[in-house]
Design a protein around this ligand. Sequence first.
Ligand SMILES: N[C@@H](CCC(=O)N[C@@H](CS)C(=O)NCC(=O)O)C(=O)O
Length: 211
Amino acid sequence: MIDLYTWSTPNGRKVSIMLEELALPYRVHSINITKDEQFDGDFLRISPNNKIPAIVDHDTQTSLMESGAILLYLARKCGQLLAADEATHWRTMEWLMWQMGGAGPMLGQAHHFVHFNPTKSDYATERYANEAARLYRVLDKQLADNAYLAGADYSIADIATWPWIARFEWQGVDFSQYPNALRWYREIAARPAVQRGFVVPSPAAIPNPTG
Ligand SMILES: N[C@@H](CCC(=O)N[C@@H](CS)C(=O)NCC(=O)O)C(=O)O
């Protein structure tokens, strides 16, 4: 049995979607980050960086924070969603790291400075809207030549990236300009496991882009 500590955010949804894709049994623990529950001592013992998601796998006595590490752990546990052949394995790692080191942190900044910032700064809005548009161009180009980020098959690179793109409405991007990313987004949104994982820990509708 796996305990999942999560909240309704892109990083949290990566792991609930992964657990659903793998059909692994799990218990959900809501960590309400708007009420600072991520700083509770019990949670910090599992996630010392005070961020969701985190898991405890009681089958192996493993506790993990960091969504990328959790996706890799679960892929290896089940032998799924991370190709065994060298070339595809490293292509998957490459796009997983692109998400973890670039797309996630930068789109997160876009949420703050394009969508939320109550005092709006032209400099910040422009900086992060431009960076979001750049990332969407990169995504769109990769998906022009490939069905999924790492090639022909759906993988943990897609599971890591898709929940961030599901926040396109906050990122100041015109999704209709990225037809290949749109095709990929809709295809993944239609997966039953994605639909189940998206509503963990609380109900939400998957945004439906026009265009
Ligand atoms: N690199 C981490 C980032 C996790 C992260 O930023 N989690 C956010 C929610 S999406 C969080 O828990 N924020 C609470 C805080 O910063 O105190 C991962 O991928 O797991």
